[in-house]
Design a protein around this ligand. Structure first.
Ligand SMILES: [Ca+2]
Ligand SMILES: [Ca+2]
Length: 639
């Protein structure tokens, strides 16, 4: 709790700085370390170190040491000491550019799942089918003393501590004398056998061959060990064990130590990722080469190096961390952020040197906006934070976040959203304890064209949720989507998730022809005048999108002015195209008649829409109790 407030105050200062000095250029809140279109670092709204990748069911899950800012008594950020870290942060992506924040697992400490543990560092995760069900196993370092394990039925929890004690410590056979019992990596082999790799540190005078890395067989339950741990003699070994299987060989990778003095040619330098290979998961492993130099080589700010190698949809990647975000915030004090870059094997199975950079990896697929998208999924942001919410999550009900602590000019950016043939409506689940605000939807950049603006009302509580919608100006194709939050002072509102509504099937727009007089329906004069059925041809005022409201009703969206058709009770049910959102009077039941025509019944007054000639003008009005010739319309694809 204290952490959250301090983080807020830090950002508050930075945002104030920005407003004072940059507002004349652009008012959007700054983004630190990750700027469009770069995809590294993966997230910037919080820190996260020691990334460990798990690919499962079309997504990459990354488990991160929960680096969080520490402060001295004067409120100044101090060095990251790691000693207070008790949480593991989880993020995931199905495209490697837009990342979903799944929040923190409270692993250690008095409030933790594993109360016996004091810290949670450098996790490793695997899954295995047990009794016909996928079970997930999260191994974590309890400081450098021991390794614990949590289990869950999904990759994001909820997690339990099945042992109530550590899985591996210095009393485990073969582990005595390992300076740092930490940094696990886990392999489930093709035959179902599993192995845990770990260890770190070196004794004085033993930097070149510390012999402090270990591998031990795991029991079939994944929460026990079998036999004695075996030493891996990794040159200049320091920390960050990694394990992969490629073309039948076992690749053990690790980070090297920073000991001074000359090293034989081919040895890793200080804080570099190197690897060894073996024909057996238990070794012996043979040293190969360095694959990833220290972050300082690529980003100008160094520190320790930590990694995991993973395959996703036929391509290989390496996850690692840097202090790029902390550096950009002006606090290069050991707070780390996750990155991903491609990793390549040559035809002999040799891993090529990794080119780490801020550009990052290509997006593996476009994002579908026509399904629920968590607000906590984005590529870039300025000023926002995420928090746990009790609203049901989309992967498991008990794990869900919202985007919160939104101030005026905060924003999120979602990379490569595929609008396809066009969207008609934007819907979001929102909560506001204050006066709400607006969500400005822009394409391609923070200053790109506005496709719609959602009004977020006060909902009467920080976690009191409601769903609101707004029409959008038919975006098509693939664009970056920016949501810019506007409002007064203080915190405006929170967002759980959002979704666009696609236009009617291609073509997106239709014309309505009144059956009785064979004339097209027009929404004239920007909604000031009633809809009339007196046109002989279809222009922009004769085009409407039929929007599925998702509750069995439809709304009619005018192409010409991007307003919804309303059965206005102030005019006795006269139809006007002037509403910016779908409310009570904008909902119609569309009835398919046996002669191929359709009729519309206004939900608000339960009356059928009539192209009325009785008043002398073909004005559309919702005032009929049954369907006759004047209540029938033909739908035609609009050009
Ligand atoms: Ca904010
Ligand atoms: Ca959410």
């Amino acid at each position: 709790m204290g952490f959250k407030r301090r983080w807020v105050s830090l950002f508050g200062v930075l945002i104030l700085f920005n407003l004072v000095f940059v507002s004349m250029v652009h008012a959007a809140a700054p983004s630190y370390g990750k700027t469009p279109p770069n995809s590294n670092p993966l997230i910037t709204h919080k820190f996260g170190a020691d990334p460990y990748a798990l690919t499962y069911n079309g997504r990459v899950y990354l488990y991160l040491t929960g680096d969080a800012l520490l402060y001295d008594s004067n409120g100044q950020v101090t060095n990251n000491t790691y000693s207070t870290i008790t949480k593991i942060t989880v993020i995931s992506s199905d495209d490697l550019v837009n990342w979903t924040d799944h929040g923190e697992i409270q692993v250690a400490g008095p409030q933790g799942i594993a109360k016996w543990a004091v810290n949670s560092w450098a996790p490793a995760v695997a899954y295995k089918k047990i009794n016909g069900q996928d079970k997930f196993f999260l191994y974590f370092a309890n400081n450098a003393h021991s390794i614990g394990v949590l289990t869950a039925d999904s990759p994001i929890g909820p997690w339990v501590d099945p042992l109530g004690r550590s899985l591996v410590d210095r009393s485990t056979p073969g582990v005595a004398g390992v300076p740092w019992v930490f940094d696990p990596a886990v392999l489930v082999d093709d035959d179902g056998s599993a192995y845990l790799y770990f260890g770190g540190g070196y004794e004085t005078g033993q930097a070149a061959n510390p012999k402090t890395a270990r591998v031990i067989r795991l029991g079939s339950d994944m929460i026990s060990t079998v036999g004695s741990a075996v030493t891996i003699d990794a040159p200049y070994f320091f920390e960050s064990s990694g394990i992969n299987k490629y073309n039948g060989k076992y690749y053990y990778s690790y980070s090297s130590n920073f000991a001074s003095g000359p090293r034989p040619p081919g040895s890793p330098g200080g804080g570099e990722i190197a690897y060894m290979v073996s024909n057996s998961p238990m070794g012996p492993f043979t040293y190969q080469k360095v694959i990833l130099k220290n972050p300082g080589y690529f980003f100008g700010i160094g520190g320790n190096n930590h990694h995991s190698i993973f395959e996703f949809q036929g391509q290989w990647y390496i996850a690692y961390h840097s202090q790029v975000v902390g550096d950009a915030m002006g606090i290069p004090l050991g707070y780390r952020s996750p990155h991903i870059n491609r990793l390549y094997f040559d035809s002999n199975g040799v891993i090529q040197d990794v080119q780490a950079n801020l550009t990052g990896v290509a997006q593996t697929k476009v994002l579908n906006p026509y399904t629920r998208v968590e607000a906590e999924t984005f590529a870039w942001n300025g000023g926002i934070q995420t928090e746990k919410t009790n609203e049901p999550g989309s992967i498991v009900p008990s794990v869900n976040l919202d985007v919160g602590y939104i101030n005026n000019d905060d924003w999120i950016g979602i990379s490569n959203v595929n609008f396809g043939n066009g969207a008609t409506q934007f819907t979001a689940k929102v909560a506001s304890a204050t006066n709400g605000g607006t969500i400005e939807l822009r394409l391609d950049s923070l200053t790109g064209p506005v496709i719609g603006t959602l009004n977020v009302p006060s909902t009467g509580g920080w976690q009191t949720w409601t769903t609101v919608s707004t029409p959008v100006n038919n975006p098509t194709g693939v664009h970056h989507l920016y949501m810019i939050f506007k409002g007064g002072s203080g915190y405006l509102f929170n967002i759980d998730y959002w979704q666009f509504t696609p236009g009617a099937n291609s073509p997106s727009y239709v014309s309505l022809k009144a059956k009785a007089n064979d004339m097209y329906v027009a929404a004239e004069n920007a909604g000031a005048d009633p809809l009339i059925a007196n046109r002989t041809s279809v222009g922009s005022w004769e085009k409407f999108a039929i929007v599925n409201n998702g509750d069995g009703t439809v709304a009619l969206l005018s192409f010409a002015n991007n307003r919804y058709v309303s059965a206005d009770l102030n005019r006795d049910g006269t139809l006007v195209a002037r509403q910016t959102y779908v409310g009570y009077w904008e909902r119609f039941q569309m009835i398919q008649n046996s002669d191929g025509t359709v009729s519309f019944r206004a939900i608000a007054n339960n009356k059928y829409v009539c192209a009325d000639l009785a008043t002398g003008a073909p004005t559309l009005i919702a005032n009929r109790n049954e369907i006759g010739p004047w209540e029938k319309f033909e739908l035609h694809p609009a050009p």
